[in-house]
Unconditional design. Structure first.
Length: 391
């Protein structure tokens, strides 16, 4: 009989168990890495879809103005679809589709859906953003032709007329009839030609007084603040003398890079008739022999010396000095008078005309490209609706 007792081996089962454990760990690691890669891909392409949707909102804000919202979604409840628009996001092909719906007179709900179009299994990744926007509210009074916080002197054949006039050829304008010629902080400061009574003023009444007017009334008009308009001015002019303002175009396209192109109020079929720029000068401005339209803001004194015609809104922090003949302001003219008195028609031959035009007032802010854009509501720009399956 053998002196050794037979025992089962332990090394082999231990080795096999170790191999199984190592294999499980390797398999688990590989699976985890694959899941992490997939998850990373999902996040990456989801972000691309998010960026595409955000691009849709940004493009709407940057390219659509008041005219689009009136024509395409003019009625409460009416909706419009923009797109799909193909774009590239960080080298990935994508697209966005924007859905716009009018909720009330000025409020709109805008949804933008971004979708990835390339990337293998990630094709079709979508994100949807929603944002509330509103059309800027502006209120520029149409019940007077000229507003002054300080003295204004009319000489020669100059006149201020509160009878609403639609410029020749302009269509679709509503009129407000006969309004006041002048609204003044103190009507005693409205100086008409000696012995001429109020013949230089035409309106009903010829003058109105508002002793409570202050500088805030001069700079704020609903959502429109003059300081904001200065920052986004289409044309900024250094203080000085300028002449020859006239519409300019090339190949049927209005040349908006020309600082002496201030639109074309007289030719309704011209290339620049719908160009209503914001023109700003931080100091004294002297103008002669030119034509323009839009919003003119002058931080100093505005001097016009003959054959200058402007349609729209005029805001002068200093005063207006008008000499010579052929000067005309049509729309709404507003003077703060921070440096003395205004004088229209210094000499006997002067015939500066200040005319009320409700249509010019309306178009000055309605047709301005920068000012007529929609603006988002609140500090938070948008809401991500992707996770709730919003439609």
């Amino acid at each position: 009989m053998s002196m050794y007792t037979e025992r089962g081996g332990f090394a082999l089962p231990a080795a096999l168990l170790a191999l199984v454990i190592v294999g499980a760990l390797v398999t688990g690691g590989v699976y985890a890495a694959m899941e992490e890669d997939r998850s990373s891909g999902n996040v990456q392409f989801g972000n691309h879809a998010f960026l595409a949707a955000e691009r849709g909102l940004e493009d709407l804000l940057g390219t659509r103005n008041r005219i689009y919202f009136q024509d395409s979604v003019g009625l409460v409840g009416q909706a419009d679809t923009i797109g799909p628009v193909a774009i590239t996001v960080e080298g990935v092909q994508a697209q966005y589709t924007v859905f716009v719906q009018r909720l009330n007179t000025r409020l709109f709900k805008v949804d933008s859906e971004g979708e990835v179009l390339s990337g293998g299994r990630y094709v079709g990744s979508k994100r949807r953003l929603a944002e509330m926007m509103r059309i800027t509210y502006t209120y520029v009074p149409k019940d007077r032709a000229y507003t002054t916080h300080t003295e204004v002197r009319l000489r020669g054949q100059s006149a201020i007329n509160g009878t609403d006039v639609v410029p020749t050829g302009w269509l679709g304008c509503e009129t407000v009839g006969v309004q006041a010629a002048v609204l003044a902080k103190d009507t005693l400061l409205v100086d008409v030609p000696p012995g001429g009574g109020n013949t230089a003023l035409v309106g009903s009444p010829k003058m109105k007084e508002d002793a409570a007017m202050d500088s805030l009334d001069f700079v704020e008009y609903g959502d429109m603040h003059l300081d904001d308009l200065k920052e986004v001015a289409d044309i900024t002019l250094a203080p000085g003398t300028y002449t020859g303002m006239a519409p300019s175009s090339s190949g049927g396209v209005c040349d908006k890079t020309n600082q002496l192109n201030w639109g074309d109020p007289l030719n309704v079929t011209g290339d620049c008739h719908l160009y209503w720029p914001i023109i700003y000068s931080p100091g004294d401005l002297h103008l002669s022999t030119g034509i323009g339209q839009g919003i003119l803001i002058v931080d100093g004194t505005l001097e016009v010396s003959g054959n200058f015609e402007f349609h729209g809104l005029v805001f002068v922090y200093g005063n207006i000095k008008a000499t010579g003949t052929g000067n005309k302001f049509s729309g709404s003219t507003n003077v703060l008078g921070s440096n003395g008195y205004s004088e229209l028609g210094v000499t006997g031959a002067g015939n500066t005309q200040v005319q009320l035009s409700a249509c010019a007032i309306e178009r000055a802010h309605m047709y301005n490209e920068r000012f007529s854009r929609p603006i988002p509501l609140g500090d938070r720009r948008f809401i991500d609706m992707s996770g709730i399956g919003a439609t």
